[in-house]
Design a protein. Structure first.
Length: 54
């Protein structure tokens, strides 16, 4: 798995557990470490989540 794949799975785990602090931390880390804008990073994570779920 790649960076976005790993972070998306980590975010999904935090959200399912109701851990909003961890979810926010994962999003912040992902945006800061990714070489794209916030919007592009979230779009990538959304597409990855749909792919992982489907």
């Amino acid at each position: 798995m790649g960076f976005i794949d790993d972070k998306t799975a980590e975010l999904r785990t935090a959200v399912r557990a109701g851990d909003t602090d961890r979810a926010a931390q994962v999003i912040t880390e992902t945006v800061l470490e990714n070489d794209q804008s916030f919007e592009a990073t979230i779009a990538d994570m959304t597409a990855t989540d749909l792919r992982q779920q489907g």
